[in-house]
Ligand binder design. Structure first.
Ligand code: PRX
Length: 661
């Protein structure tokens, strides 16, 4: 993906000295090399300075870092409250009237939420949670569409020291159930549904299904979004279970308006976020309070050159993923930014929806995934060109490698050639941006995430763990950073094993990367069994185990095949038990079975039926070969196959399999 071809190389050479106009230079500026040098001289001191400058602490820390590899504790002894830092302090300094969120619903309805509004809602909702017995350390599951109640619920948890676990609204009821049970959540916050691509997507039926097997949940709060009347009255109804389920609006009316923030220890658990790994069981990634908030505030301010008093910032991710946690909720709010929050799809009602929003709200910073950029490229330039995008100043990219063509299209067609593009590499586990240009200070190359940020120490290493200075290898990080995961919930061994065991003394990110002659980092995608579909992480094993749970499936192997729009697409090779017929209808049935298990985003795009799977003599499925078949490439050496004939058969099947439109 990151290869530079003739035209791009020429573009890069022309733009090598690309320097932003003065309009992006400012006091918030961190001036390149000096900052990096300072951070290198005393990296712990550097982070401590950021923690002190960017956040308000109710008690100062005693120790910057305690590092007992792989377990880190940052700002030990310090106390702070996240909701206070994100909301109260801005209101107290006279910014209560500043807009926190310009919310845009997909059908076109809008809401404006100021910092004062946010504070009022957060305090009340914190009291609602307290009313259900939620206290410090208790887990609260949140399963919601992109509506303002979602950040309110998260902040309310942080106000009273409860730990939230947001489950993306696109997950199925099974996935929700497993996450609730792993976290042993006490309360679930949800909504009747949300709008997506012109349809009301109902959430409550999935909730009811999940909760049939979630013994820890005592109370459920349901926000109204898709206009259903309460149970018993007219029209469509939402089933509410007496004593367990409560409407958001009535719950908010019946509590006190004020709720003081709890002082939390810097290392108290802030949230859990489940992410796919290389096994079927999702991992509960743990993030804590002081270090996390420090690094998300720092990166949000400097990577986007934020001027909170005049910028309108829009991160077009979903809060259900880490990008939304760090760069829709915590980073922007800690910095007192004004954000756009959009509920729906980029192509509804038409393919210019995003550009209409940029124009309407004069968005100056846009942050999105390469998949969205490539989809817009495919739709054509007429959509962005019919809107005034002159407010844009900085463009961000996240979630997947951005190919140079998409980078250039973004920079020229959307950014009018004047906006720096910041390609930001990071992960659910890193909590915040790790590798990225600093706009204006870093000379960019289309398709490269450039350099680790000040304070971050990342290296590309070879098989034996030795750093390479030029060329490809594995991306690793060799010292702790404030927003790093503190572990996997209830599974410290898996934490050590997954991230810290492959290379001695190094965190291994699961990504391949290469360094070019100038020392620039180029991300090359995952080297483990994790797929990246539209910037969403999906584990091959998770999809495989969903498939083999179906009564008809004898064996399944799943691979991520490159896809021109979504980066990768899920392709499943399936062997059926003899009583079942491999046909189009059965393929559809399996696809929807996986959607029920994981969520629609996890279902295979293509299913290829085969009588056998290519295996090595030791019985290991040859995924590389399957990937080659799926991508229609030459097969290369197949001599280690148990039965080389299988490949030919798979290849023949590949051309007649059911494929999603
Ligand atoms: O493979 C990398 C890719 O996304 C993975 C992390 O996925 P997730 O935890 O869901 O977080 C996504 C949002 C931060 C990484 O291991 N990735 C993320 N950003 C980039 C990227 N790949 C290339 N370039 C990026 N900028």
């Amino acid at each position: 993906m990151a290869d530079t071809t003739g035209g791009i190389e020429a573009f890069y050479l022309e733009n090598r000295s690309f320097s932003p106009p003065d309009s992006v230079k400012s006091d918030a500026w961190i001036t390149g090399s000096e900052e990096y040098e300072q951070a290198e001289r005393d990296w712990q001191g550097y982070w401590a300075r950021q923690a002190g400058d960017l956040l308000d602490w109710s008690k100062e820390w005693e120790t910057i870092l305690e590092w007992d590899r792989p377990f880190a504790k940052w700002f030990v002894g310090g106390e702070l409250n996240v909701s206070f830092n994100c909301v109260d302090r801005h209101v107290a300094s006279g910014l209560g009237g500043r807009v926190a969120y310009h919310w845009v619903g997909e059908p076109g309805d809008t809401r404006t939420i100021t910092y004062a509004d946010l504070l009022a809602d957060v305090e009340r909702f914190a009291n609602v949670l307290k009313g259900y017995g939620v206290g410090k350390g208790d887990r609260v599951a949140i399963y919601m569409p992109m509506i303002p109640e979602l950040p309110v619920a998260m902040l309310a948890c942080t106000r009273i020291g409860a730990v939230h676990s947001v489950v993306f609204g696109g997950f199925s009821s099974d996935a929700l159930r497993d996450r609730i049970n792993d976290a042993e959540a006490k309360v679930l916050v949800t909504a009747d549904g949300g709008y997506r691509k012109g349809k009301a997507n109902l959430l409550k039926p999935a909730v009811d299904l999940a909760l049939a097997a979630c013994p820890s949940i005592t109370d459920v709060v349901v926000a109204r979004r898709v206009g259903h009347a309460p149970s018993g009255s007219e029209e469509r109804t939402v089933d509410m279970t007496d004593g367990r389920d409560h409407w958001w609006d009535s719950a908010m009316e019946s509590v006190e308006a004020s709720c003081p923030p709890e002082a939390m220890g810097s290392e108290d658990l802030l949230y859990l976020l489940y992410t796919s790994g290389t096994t079927a069981k999702p991992k509960g990634i743990m993030h804590t309070t002081g270090g996390y908030l420090t690094q998300v505030a720092f990166t949000h301010k400097y990577v986007f050159d934020l001027h909170a008093e005049r910028d309108v910032y829009w991160c077009a991710a979903d809060i259900g993923w880490v990008t939304g946690h760090s760069y829709i909720v915590y980073g922007p709010l800690a910095n007192g930014a004004t954000s756009v929050l959009y509920e729906g799809a980029p192509d509804h009602p038409d393919k210019d929806r995003w550009w209409q929003i940029v124009e309407d709200y004069k968005v100056s910073i846009l942050y999105c995934a390469p998949t969205a950029i490539r989809a817009c490229m495919k739709w054509g330039t007429s959509y962005p060109e019919s809107h005034d995008l002159s407010s844009l100043r900085i463009l961000g990219s996240v979630g997947e490698p951005i190919n140079p063509e998409a980078w250039i299209w973004y920079q020229t067609t959307i950014g009018g050639g004047r906006c720096p593009v910041v390609d930001t590499w990071w992960q659910t586990e890193t909590g915040a941006i790790m590798i990225s240009p600093l706009p204006g200070a870093t000379t960019t190359k289309p398709g490269s995430a450039t350099f680790p940020l000040p304070g971050i120490s990342a290296q590309v290493v070879d098989e034996s763990g030795s750093p390479v200075s030029v060329g490809g290898g594995y991306l690793t990080i060799d010292r702790p950073w404030p927003s790093m995961l503190r572990g996997i919930y209830k599974d410290p061994e898996r934490y050590q094993e997954t991230y810290w065991s492959r290379f001695e003394g190094r965190y291994f990110a699961g990504d391949g990367a290469k360094l070019d002659d100038d020392g620039y980092f180029w991300l090359l995608g995952r080297v483990d069994d994790v797929m990246n579909v539209s910037g969403h992480r999906v584990s091959t094993t998770e999809v495989e185990s969903a498939l083999v749970d179906h009564q008809s499936v004898a064996e399944a192997a799943v691979v991520g095949a490159s896809d021109p729009v979504t980066g990768q697409a899920i392709v499943a090779f399936v062997t059926l038990k003899s009583a079942f017929t491999p046909d189009q209808d059965h393929g559809e049935a399996l696809r929807s079975f996986v959607a029920d298990r994981i969520g629609k985003f996890g279902r295979p795009k293509t299913i290829i039926f085969t009588d056998d799977l290519p295996k090595t003599r030791s019985g290991k499925i040859m995924r590389r070969l399957l990937r080659d078949v799926a991508e229609g490439r030459d097969l290369g050496d197949t001599t280690t196959l148990a039965d080389p004939g299988v490949v030919e058969e798979i290849r023949a099947r590949a051309s007649v399999s059911p494929t999603e439109e």
